[in-house]
Write a protein that binds this ligand. Structure first.
Ligand code: AHG
Ligand code: MN
Ligand code: MN
Length: 322
């Protein structure tokens, strides 16, 4: 059977009225930028390339920028520019890039151009996360429920794309000819799991509720859950998320008592919203510990939120911990 390319997949969705031409154009541009980022990542360390090196600059969040953070951001911005989208919001930029005053597509693309920067030199999976939604000049922010499309690319053993336009989630893989082709897989997150992901090095800073919840998992068959759990933590949200789409799990980056971590580490607009849209479309659940991520009203481009997502029953278990 011939594999469906992303272009043909989007064309069919457009003909069914599920996605606009403008959104298709932006998604195709993102695929093109991601293909280049995947090549850069694969060639890192060969010759003079040193994409994990620090640039000496910091982004708005105070993260040190690495060479690939900056390159990925520039590639995405320049690839989106001719597509007709109105604005580009990036984790790596203080302000929105407004492509042309008066453009009336009203489509905003928000992106974490390079997720998992600490893994660039380690040959572990890194990625690009994106979110598309309608918004107008004057206020480029919208709640996550307004997203028209969202997804992420993961640059690992395979370069993959998980995409939603609101009718479930589809998976694509970059083939040897340089085309994203649909995988023979309909991503759905099982409701139950025995696997969790959290940076346990932060445990002394966690709120008591997080500590208690993780303790019940660690207690295994001898504890209240009566079953053993396993732990995985990649340090790249895209890698942890992809695994959860494959086989279930719960991911937690909660708030903690370190300075600047009172709302966790992950950013609502660039990371939590697109992941949450995908997760809900795959029958999982994503919350900040209190309400669904998609119902949060963003108040600034770079705001952080606690992020808990994955298998729905397990996210419910976290919620029921007091
Ligand atoms: P980014 O590289 O875009 O700053 O994102 C890194 C994020 C995310 O990928 C990961 O889940 C988390 O930060 C890891 O944080 P810690 O290093 O605090 O564990
Ligand atoms: Mn990130
Ligand atoms: Mn990033």
């Amino acid at each position: 059977m011939e594999s469906l390319t992303i272009e043909n997949f989007l064309k069919a969705k457009n003909e069914k009225g599920e996605v606009s031409r403008e959104v298709c154009a932006a998604l195709e541009a993102l695929c093109s930028a991601a293909t280049k980022i995947a090549k850069l990542a694969a060639g890192n360390g060969i010759g003079t390339d040193n994409l994990g090196s620090l640039t000496g600059a910091e982004n708005t969040d105070g993260d040190e920028q690495k060479a690939l953070d900056v390159l990925a951001d520039q590639l995405i911005c320049s690839t989106l520019a001719p597509t007709g989208v109105s604005a580009y919001l990036s984790e790596e930029r203080d302000e929105a890039v407004i492509f042309e005053e008066g453009r009336d597509s009203q489509i905003v693309v928000a992106s974490d151009p390079l997720d998992g920067s600490s893994n660039i030199d380690t040959n572990l999976t890194i990625g690009t996360i994106f979110s598309l939604y309608p918004a107008k000049a004057g206020n480029w922010l919208r709640e996550g429920r307004a997203q028209q499309a969202a997804g992420f690319f993961a640059y690992g053993p395979q370069t993959v794309l998980l995409l939603t336009t609101g009718q479930g989630v589809d998976g694509f893989c970059l083939n040897e000819e340089g085309h994203f082709v649909q995988m023979d897989w309909q991503p759905q997150i099982p409701a139950t799991t025995k696997e969790f992901a959290i940076n346990a090095a932060n445990s002394r800073f966690w709120p008591a509720k997080v500590q208690r919840y993780i303790d019940t998992l660690l207690a295994g068959v001898d504890g209240p859950r009566g079953t053993n759990f396993n732990m995985r933590w990649n340090g790249s949200l895209v890698a942890d998320a992809f695994r959860i789409f494959r086989r279930g799990g719960i991911f937690l980056y909660p708030e903690d008592s370190r300075k600047n971590y009172e709302n966790g580490r992950l950013r609502l607009v660039y990371e939590a919203n697109p992941i949450a849209f995908l997760v809900e479309q795959a029958e999982g659940r994503a919350s900040d510990g209190k309400i669904d991520i998609l119902d949060i009203t963003p108040t600034s481009y770079h705001m952080r939120v606690p992020l808990i997502f994955g298998s729905a029953d397990e996210v419910d278990s976290y919620h029921s911990e007091q």
